[in-house]
Design a protein around this ligand. Structure first.
Ligand code: ADP
Ligand code: MG
Length: 771
């Protein structure tokens, strides 16, 4: 027992030791647990604090840069934007106003340039604002996104907090349980054995509880670790959110600065606009003041004027009233006046009419007188006049003694020509002599009066006579640059007719014909080879006409040229050697001028015959045979007949042998009666031609001296037979120059042939001009 007791004691001691150890261990455990729980509590506390601080941080963040702040900022920006917009609108309105205001007076002034610049700047700013708006909307979007994310984070944080609170709750509960367990463990003090057992039992329980608590602790620690992890993540997120916020802040700052800059620019622009506006207003004001002053001055002047005008107005009113009264009576007065004026005008018209009649009568009388005077002049000059024209020496005349000049003139008398023939001087007197220096115009001047008499109804013949090469064609036709009588005559007729156009209506027609070997041909006809006949009018009037002779009406120089060209073409196609042919034929241009007096209906017809005669050179009997001889005979015959006719006319013979040749027969009307004839004798000046020159001049002188006196006519004249013309050699080599007195016109003792003008009737076929 003792043993057992001692054993028990030992055991007890052992147990006590063990208990002590256990107590110690328990205490250690307890303290450990305490420490752990305090640690845990601390941790929880710390976590709580952290959570609070995080929540605070989050709320702070939210308040500082969270969605609401960003939104605020956005709102602020929007407000600012709105304000800017309004300002801009106001600026625009002001600008519009400014634009409208100085538009009228300031066109092109410096303000318009400035305003244009400002407008540009404004549009630029508007562009910038639009850009900023875009940026702002982007920012808004970003902020919206951030806000969403923040809300999400907040939600998660809330969840975490709730979890944490639950965990805390759970942990504190556990802790409380543990405390209770420990307290209950402590409270147990059974007998040692029992205690030991209990302790053992209890310790196993405790162990279990411990292990459970350890496990829980472990779990808690894991959860804490997890929480930490979550916290860490959240911190990271927070950090990134900080960064983002910083970035956003930077961007916002940038935008703000940009906006500020734009705003500053805008302000500057507005400032300058304001200044401009003020300046413009000031200027306008100054102008208005000046104008106002002027207006005031004017007003003052007007006032004084008004004051002075008032009496005048009064008198005017009086006058006006008087006038009114007069006007009332005016229609009556006017009627009376009109009546008397009408009567006066009627009387005046009657007077004028009678005056006009008188004038017309006088004019007609004057016309008659003019015609008479002209007739008298022509009669004094002679109805038949003969002039000579000497052509200049040409290259064709060659060189040597044969080509020397044999013709001289009298410096004091333009009707005398001297010829050196075979060493002896011979002189002739004609109506006029043109030297080689005379121009076409000079010659035309001499014949001008004849041509105009055509308009008054006279018949005129102009002949160019002379040997071949003496200048007949040159005088009649001339050259294109220097036209002769033909073209000049027609030009003159046109201008004269034009001048009289108010009283007279004229038509001018032309025909062209040639006589070769006594055959008459139409040069303007469609068949130039056709022989034309000269017939007596069947009406018994005794007038002649050429059936089939073409007539062209001409109105201008162009028309004449066309006619001449047509005639020339006809002639060239007809004859291979035109020069030779033309020298052996007579070429006639017949111009007929028909006029009607518009007031009286009086009709006149004048005919102008321009004749380029065949060469007058004599062909010796021996030197010619065959056709050449026939040609020569025909030429000789017709020229002799012409001489005879002129001689008969000038000597006023009863019988004029017109029928002796085609030429004289054709020209019968134009040679007889009170017709006028001019013979232009063409002379070659060179030595080798003196013989023909002498012959031509003798012919001229004879023609001219025909009209000397009725008694001596025939004896002086002799007979101009064809034989003579062909074979005639100068009877006297040195004929005495005729006395000038011989050219005196007849005293009118002889009766002139009947003055009834016989007309060569037109064929009646007036053709249109050849084109
Ligand atoms: P015709 O017709 O008498 O045979 P032309 O008229 O053919 O003679 O003249 C012969 C030449 O002399 C032509 O070359 C012409 O140009 C020239 N001639 C004639 N008269 C003159 C003049 N007055 N002035 C210049 N040249 C003339
Ligand atoms: Mg000729």
């Amino acid at each position: 027992m003792v043993e057992a007791m001692s054993q028990l004691r030992e055991e007890k001691a052992q147990l006590q030791e063990e208990l002590v150890a256990l107590r110690e261990r328990l205490a250690v455990r307890d303290s450990e647990q305490q420490a752990t729980s305090t640690q845990l509590q601390n941790q929880v506390e710390h976590l709580k604090e952290k959570l609070i601080s995080q929540a605070q941080e989050v709320s702070h963040l939210r308040s500082e840069l969270g969605g609401t702040d960003l939104e605020k900022h956005r709102d602020l920006l929007m407000v600012e934007n709105e304000r800017l917009r309004q300002e801009m609108r106001r600026c625009e309105a002001e600008l519009q106003e400014l634009r409208a205001k100085p538009a009228a007076p300031c066109t092109g002034c410096e303000h318009s340039q400035e305003s244009a610049q400002l407008r540009d700047r404004l549009s630029q700013l508007q562009l910038e604002v639009a850009e900023n708006k875009g940026l702002l909307s982007e920012l808004n979007l970003e902020v919206q996104q951030k806000t969403d994310r923040l809300a999400e984070v907040e939600l998660r944080l809330k969840d975490c907090l709730a979890e944490k609170a639950q965990e805390e709750e759970r942990l504190s509960r556990r802790l409380r349980d543990s405390h209770e367990t420990i307290a209950s463990l402590r409270a147990q003090s059974p007998p040692i054995k029992y205690v030991i057992k209990t302790v053992e039992v209890e310790s196993s329980k405790t162990k279990q509880a411990l292990s459970e608590s350890q496990a829980r602790n472990q779990h808690l620690q894991e959860q804490v670790a997890m929480q930490r992890q979550v916290l860490k993540e959240m911190e990271q997120q927070l950090q990134s959110s900080h960064q983002l916020t910083a970035q956003l802040r930077a961007q916002i700052a940038m935008y703000e600065s940009e906006l500020e800059r734009a705003h500053g620019q805008m302000l500057e622009e507005m400032q300058s606009l304001e200044e401009d506006k003020n300046r413009a207003i000031e200027e306008a004001f100054a102008r208005a003041q000046v104008e106002m002053k002027a207006v005031h001055e004017n007003l003052a002047g007007v006032r004084t004027n008004l004051l002075t005008l008032q009496p005048a107005l009064r008198t005017l009113t009086n006058d006006y009233n008087g006038l009114k009264r007069q006007v009332r009576g005016f229609p009556l007065l006017l009627q009376e006046a009109l009546k008397s004026v009408k009567a006066e005008i009627g009387q005046a018209i009657e007077e004028v009419n009678s005056n006009n009649q008188e004038l017309l009568r006088k004019y007609r009388r004057e016309l008659q007188l003019r015609k008479k005077c002209h007739n008298e002049l022509v009669r004094l000059k002679g109805n038949i006049r003969v002039i000579a024209r000497v052509r200049p020496v040409t290259k064709e005349d060659g060189e040597g003694p044969e080509a020397t000049n044999a013709v001289t003139f009298d410096p004091d008398d333009d009707s005398i020509i001297h010829l050196q023939h075979k060493g002896k001087p011979v002189s002739f007197e004609l109506d006029k002599v043109f030297s080689s220096q005379a121009s076409q115009q000079d010659v035309f001047q001499e014949v001008q009066a004849l041509i105009t008499s055509c308009i008054d109804g006279f018949n005129v013949c102009i002949f160019a006579y002379g040997q071949t090469g003496a200048g007949k064609t040159y005088t009649m036709e001339g050259t294109p640059e220097n036209p002769g009588i033909n073209q000049r005559a027609l030009r003159l007729l046109f201008s004269e007719v034009q001048e009289k156009a108010s009283d007279w209506e004229y038509t001018i027609t032309v025909s062209a014909a040639e006589i070769y070997n006594e055959v008459l041909r139409d040069l303007l006809g469609q068949e130039p080879q056709e022989k034309l006949e000269i017939r007596l009018c069947p009406d018994g009037s005794g007038q002649l006409y050429v059936p089939g002779l073409t007539e062209f009406q001409v109105q201008s120089v162009e028309d004449i040229n066309k006619v001449f060209e047509f005639g020339h073409t006809n002639r060239t196609t007809e004859f291979t050697n035109l020069n030779e042919h033309s020298s052996r034929s007579h070429a006639l241009l017949i111009v007929t001028v028909r006029g009607v007096d518009c007031s009286t209906g009086l009709r006149t017809t004048g005919k102008l015959n321009l004749v380029d005669l065949a060469g007058s050179e004599r062909v010796g009997k021996s030197g010619a045979e065959g056709s050449r001889l026939r040609e020569a005979q025909h030429i000789n015959k017709s020229l002799s007949a012409l001489g005879d006719v002129i001689a008969a006319l000038r000597s006023r013979q009863g019988h004029v042998p017109f029928r002796n040749s085609k030429l004289t027969y054709l020209l019968q009307d134009s040679l007889s009666g009170d017709s006028k004839t001019l013979m232009v004798v063409q002379v070659s000046p060179v030595e080798k031609n003196t013989s023909e020159t002498l012959y031509s001049l003798k012919f001229a002188e004879r023609v001219r001296s025909v009209e000397l006196g009725p008694g001596s006519r025939r004896t002086e004249l002799g007979s101009w037979s064809s034989q003579e013309h062909l074979e005639w050699e100068p009877a006297c080599q040195t004929p005495q120059p005729s006395a000038r007195a011989h050219s005196a016109p007849g005293s009118g003792t002889t009766s002139r042939p009947g003055s009834i003008r016989r007309k060569l009737q037109p064929s009646g076929k007036s053709r249109p001009l050849p084109m």
